[in-house]
Design a binder for this molecule. Structure first.
Ligand SMILES: Nc1ncnc2c1ncn2[C@@H]1O[C@H](COP(=O)(O)OP(=O)(O)OP(=O)(O)O)[C@@H](O)[C@H]1O
Length: 315
């Protein structure tokens, strides 16, 4: 089990992470979600042992990970990090890259391992291609296969699918994350992609300015958002007076996703004027004006600009 207890981490005077505490069991997958610059990569680099942690401890199976001041070669052998600047050897083939750290004692076993890994990252047909001739997304997949070659106990992925096109991304994510589960490899991904965090993680840690802003299962984090920062990762967001829906007189605000509002024939207090309809494939996202504020809701059809209609909270 990984135990992280970061009381404080700074670059010089600049405190980047504060009071980050969590545990990760074998085979579990944590997604660290947060805006650019909030400290996601720094967190992964601390766990891997590239950065020194002065205030706090990080341990694996109750052994404290001592970090770069104590290890001659930074990093821990049972942890692999696939960083944003992925580490591949450009002048060797894809297969040679993946095989780089294999034992070489049993050539057949090594070849079969490389074949399996290239299948996981969807690069089987590129096995003999020189890495320098690959695209950015393909190089990223080589780096991922390389990290998995000597099965790590903990895999740290920094924006692992950032260079990969949407078409391939979903299939690849399904393959990679089910491979990790099958092999019981714990994994932490740093990502901006809330869809990935919701679909593929067991737990989401939402970072805001270097602190934990929300933590829990994807279902819990998604459905209990308390402000527009949190909700904004998952979808467009509406912040509306709760009194519109509860008929109470408090000053509370409700955070609602677009799918939580719907058009109604009833004359509600939420009378809006349509500004724009955006086709989303299975539905339209409608932008509308309510008392000078932009409201987002979903509708099955396009609605003409300027149309006045009433909205209610979907049951
Ligand atoms: N080596 C460094 N020295 C000083 N400051 C740094 C260093 N590396 C990162 N920072 C700063 O620390 C903060 C957190 O950076 P970090 O890379 O951890 O964020 P991030 O959430 O991973 O961002 P992104 O999503 O853009 O990759 C940023 O303000 C960054 O400018």
């Amino acid at each position: 089990m990984l135990k992280v207890n970061i009381r404080s981490f700074s670059y010089g005077q600049n405190e980047i992470l504060k009071d980050i505490e969590f545990r990760l069991a074998k085979g579990e997958h944590l997604a660290v979600l947060g805006e650019s610059g909030c400290g996601k990569s720094s967190l992964l680099h601390l766990i891997y042992g590239l950065l020194h942690l002065e205030h706090g401890t990080i341990s694996w199976n109750d052994n404290i990970l001592k970090g770069p001041k104590f290890n001659l070669v930074p990093g821990e052998p049972f942890i692999k990090l696939v960083a944003q600047e992925f580490n591949v050897m450009p002048f060797t083939t894809v297969a040679e890259n993946v095989a780089e750290h294999l034992s070489r004692r049993n050539m057949d076993a090594d070849a079969s391992r490389v074949e399996t890994l290239l299948e996981v990252v969807d690069l089987s047909s590129f096995s003999t291609v020189m890495v320098k001739n690959l695209s950015g997304g393909q190089k990223q997949r080589v780096a991922l296969a390389k990290a998995l070659a000597n099965e790590p106990e903990l895999l740290l992925l920094d924006e692992p699918f950032s260079h990969i096109d949407t078409f391939r991304k979903n299939k690849l994510r399904r393959k990679v994350f089910s491979y990790l589960k099958e092999k019981n490899i714990a994994c932490i991904t740093a990502t901006h992609d809330a869809g990935e965090a919701l679909a593929f993680s067991d737990t989401i840690l939402l970072l805001k300015n270097g602190k934990i802003d929300a933590f829990g299962t994807p279902r819990h984090v998604y459905s209990s958002v308390s402000d527009t920062y949190q909700a904004g990762f998952f979808d467009e967001v509406n912040k509306l007076p709760s009194s519109l829906f509860n008929h109470d007189n408090t000053n509370k605000q409700s955070i609602l996703y677009p799918h939580q509002l719907e058009v109604t024939a009833e004359k509600t207090e939420l009378q809006v004027s349509v500004l724009q309809s955006y086709f989303k494939g299975s539905h339209y996202l409608i932008l509308a004006n309510w008392n000078g504020e932009t409201i987002f809701f979903e509708h099955k059809a396009e609605i003409p600009k300027g149309e006045q209609l009433y909205l209610k909270r979907r049951d």
